[in-house]
Unconditional design. Structure first.
Length: 375
């Protein structure tokens, strides 16, 4: 089953589900179980027993911290397996995985934007020989990697958010599209994330370059720099400072804005899907090559691709659209009139090829050494 293509998989998911070999983390032998249980995740009893025998799992999380905490606690509740976890921004997590080069501290990477996952996949640092049974519930073949080594769990829209009260107080018009952010009237008002540490920032960078071309895209990011007050370490931090007025305009994921409105009751936040193009992340999960607990990692993949896990997001401040067909979508997305299908044709392969060079290029232009840059 190691060489199965995505097209083959989605064309015959039902037939394959009972015949998948279990060989995650690129180490150890396949357990080959087809045993069924009453497990709410749908994992086989042989896999559960093998994972429990390992006793623990270590998870590197790049989703929302509360979501990560809840997912870890529920996994332990379901299987009585100890879960250690650490939260890092997606870019930081990528750097850690690359530095450990197949001898990882963690077993699983959970959540975070697609572009870093694609780079790590090409570097062959994910386990590639286990196709989770629950991946048959993915709504599209685009929600898993071409190497069959990462699997989507949610979809998040990148956009603009602003504090309505602050813009009114300043007498400044609200932005509607990406080019609007270059206006001199927004000088010192914009927060975005650091290209060196944040997957959100890298998605924004690639979005601009894909929309306007390389040269104009880099010119845009250079011009934008003059309006940026803070480059945060983590992509969710600009919007977390929006409701208080410390940040006036934020670039980030719109589901983080929903969390501030719904959970923290900041009615002064407005969400904007840019008119020229909305890009998106596929939040993913993957087992790491050479991980210490391969069976627990396989079980986590099954868990992560089940309603038992993904529906915890909306209960813990993460309001992304879910990408498995047997999960209930968070009602807050439609409430705030976000359209997850109204997105640009974002080129993930192009981003995978150029992200590292683009980060080096833009940081070489804007410097990245002053106090605006959080690390």
């Amino acid at each position: 089953m190691d060489n199965i293509t995505r097209r083959d998989f989605f064309g015959a998911a039902g037939t394959l589900a009972a015949a998948l070999g279990l060989a995650a983390c690129s180490s150890g032998s396949s357990s080959g179980t087809t045993t069924t249980t009453s497990d709410p995740v749908g994992a086989g009893s042989d896999l559960i027993e093998a994972a429990q025998a390992e006793g623990s799992i270590s998870v590197l999380g790049s989703c929302g911290e509360e979501y990560l905490k809840a997912a870890a606690a529920h996994f332990k509740e379901l299987y009585n397996i100890k879960v250690d976890y650490k939260h890092l921004a997606t870019g930081e997590a990528q750097s850690l995985i690359e530095s450990e080069a197949g001898a990882p501290t963690y077993d699983i990477w959970f959540g975070g934007t697609t572009d870093p996952y694609n780079i790590v996949s090409d570097e062959k640092l994910f386990g590639s020989s286990y196709l989770p049974k629950n991946s048959s519930h993915l709504m599209s073949e685009s929600y898993m990697s071409s190497n069959n080594d990462w699997f989507g769990i949610y979809k998040g829209l990148l956009g603009i958010m602003y504090n309505k009260e602050e813009l009114e107080r300043l007498g400044v018009d609200a932005p509607k599209d990406w080019p609007d952010l270059l206006s001199d009237s927004y000088k010192g008002l914009i927060w975005t994330a650091n290209y060196e540490t944040s997957g959100t920032a890298r998605l924004f960078m690639n979005t601009i370059v894909q929309l306007y071309g390389h040269d104009q895209g880099m010119q845009y990011l250079t011009q934008l720099d003059k309006n940026v007050q803070v480059y945060t370490k983590v992509g969710a931090m600009p919007v977390k400072n929006l409701g208080t007025g410390e940040c006036v305009i934020a670039v980030g994921f719109l589901h983080d804005g929903i969390a501030q409105i719904e959970d923290n009751h900041y009615e002064n936040i407005e969400l904007v899907q840019p008119t020229s193009g909305v890009s998106y992340e596929i939040g993913a999960t993957a087992a790491l090559k050479g991980c210490a607990h391969p069976n627990a990692a396989k079980l986590w993949l099954e868990y992560a691709l089940s309603p038992e896990c993904v529906e915890l997001g909306a209960k813990n401040g993460s309001y992304q659209n879910l990408v498995i067909d047997n999960a209930t979508q968070p009602s807050q997305v439609s409430k705030h009139k976000l359209n997850p299908d109204n997105v640009m044709d974002y080129d993930f392969e192009n981003a995978k090829e150029h992200t590292t060079a683009y980060v080096q290029e833009i940081m070489g232009i804007i410097g990245g050494t002053d106090s605006r840059f959080e690390r």
